[in-house]
Ligand binder design. Structure first.
Ligand code: NAP
Ligand code: MG
Length: 401
């Protein structure tokens, strides 16, 4: 069989620990035998980030701006323990944070659905994708631990001399205070990323906040979404047969529980943080969640939602057998290859991505899976495979088709 040719390289961002081990096997067993793989390789492993003073992370993000599509392996976000373990020059920032800031992107997280791994919510039949705004609000707030009686004010001093003052509260005793902000530019990028992604995957988009209580703050989010939608996306949505609607977050939560899935739910920063954990755990497993960062101008970075699976890596280093789930990382590759195929008009590459995903799902549905899934599956008589044999089983399924 002739290998599928590519025209534009994928930006390949290698990573750390167990996922780096899986990365290599996935390429060897599932990609390179079928695709004449073209990538521009960036090693985002912690050793390489430390050696390059993190330049490699920035370069990989710029390359994504240039080429449009990246696939990323999970990476370590350094903490005090990692400083010692890797003898780091500095506590380098989270690569995901750096890349997200450069691409000005929004993260979309969606579960991979297979028969035999049933969501806790019985009526969920299709994936629910959560889009989380990744700037501002409580994550960039300032706080005061109020010591005692006094008046708290919110003051804005414009560079043109405008002064706006609001009394927050007249304290009679100790309390707490918080100042939050967001900027229109970031909310607009968030809205455009959501609308573009909805058109991309042809799914209806919901956006929900608490605008009834927050009449200026949350209401601005609602208005910005609506204005951009009406001006730039209304016709495109109609053509694609999908909808955009705004609803109060309380209503959204109730609707989500009663729905069968199959839509995108856009959330403000905090709501997205909390709701994405709820949705992913209700769908069964973090190892079955994909994640894609989409910029408002249509650049894509695909990855797994989980981390580097450190505990498994230490077992691997000790020569013990591991059974680490590679599904989300495989779907990061298939997602990136499909998008590359779409942008470069290579239908075979898109078909290959479909085949790889179908073979991955079929392997699990045939009862061959890693330990994490074996523990929660409703299928009987399953075979638990080790990390490498699971990937090889997918290759066998693919070659048998
Ligand atoms: P983690 O790597 O997601 O793993 C947490 C636990 O979840 C694992 O110990 C394992 O449970 C289970 N798990 C996660 N993925 C799995 C998989 N593919 N197959 C089987 N089990 C899986 O999170 P963490 O241990 O908190 O973080 C480890 C490192 O990853 C940290 O350095 C963190 O900074 C980094 N991280 C990176 C990203 C990213 O690059 N996007 C995201 C999150 C975390 P058992 O041990 O019980 O089997
Ligand atoms: Mg969270």
């Amino acid at each position: 069989m002739e290998k599928i040719k590519m025209t534009t390289p994928l930006v390949e961002m290698d990573g750390d620990e167990m996922t780096r081990v899986l990365w290599k096997i996935i390429k060897e067993e599932l990609i390179c035998p079928f695709v004449d793989l073209k990538t521009e390789y960036y090693d985002l492993g912690l050793v390489s980030r430390n050696e390059t003073d993190d330049k490699v992370t920035f370069d990989s993000a710029y390359a994504t701006q240039k080429y449009g599509v990246a696939v990323k392996c999970a990476t370590i976000t350094p903490n005090a323990a990692r400083m010692t373990e890797y003898n780091l020059k500095e506590m380098w920032k989270s690569p995901n944070g750096t890349i997200r800031a450069i691409l000005d992107g929004t993260v979309f997280r969606a579960p991979i659905i297979v028969k035999g791994i049933e969501p806790c919510v019985k009526n969920w039949k299709k994936p629910i994708t959560i889009a989380r705004h990744a700037y501002g609000d409580v994550y960039k707030s300032v706080e005061i631990d109020v010591p005692g009686a006094g008046t708290a004010e919110l003051v804005f001093k414009g560079t043109d001399g405008t002064v706006i003052t609001e009394t927050i509260h007249k304290f009679e005793g100790p309390g707490v205070l918080q100042g939050q902000h967001n900027v229109d530019e970031s909310i607009e990028s968030f809205a455009r990323s959501c609308f573009n992604y909805a058109l991309d995957i042809k799914q209806t988009l919901w956006f929900a906040t608490k605008d009834t209580i927050s009449k200026k703050y949350d209401h601005s989010f609602k208005d910005i979404f609506q204005e951009i939608f009406d001006k730039e996306y209304k016709d495109k949505f109609e053509e694609a047969g999908i909808e955009y609607f705004y609803t109060l977050i309380d209503d959204a939560v109730a609707r989500v529980m009663k729905s069968e899935g199959g839509y995108i739910w856009a959330c403000k920063n905090y709501d997205g943080d909390v709701m994405s954990d709820m949705v992913s755990s209700a769908f069964g497993s973090l190892a079955m969640m994909t994640s894609v960062l989409v910029s408002p101008d249509g650049k894509y970075e695909y990855e797994a939602a989980h981390g580097t699976v450190q505990r498994h890596y230490y077992k691997y280093l000790a020569g013990e057998e591991t059974s680490t789930n590679s599904v989300a990382t495989i779907f990061a590759w298939s997602g990136a290859l499909r998008k590359r195929g779409e942008l470069d008009y290579i239908p075979e590459l898109m078909e290959f991505a479909d085949k790889l995903e179908a073979a991955t799902i079929k392997t699990i549905e045939d009862g061959k899976m890693t330990k994490d899934l074996a523990l929660i599956t409703s299928l009987e008589n399953v075979t638990v495979l080790n990390s490498e044999d699971f990937i090889k089983a997918i290759r066998e399924t693919m070659e048998a088709e």
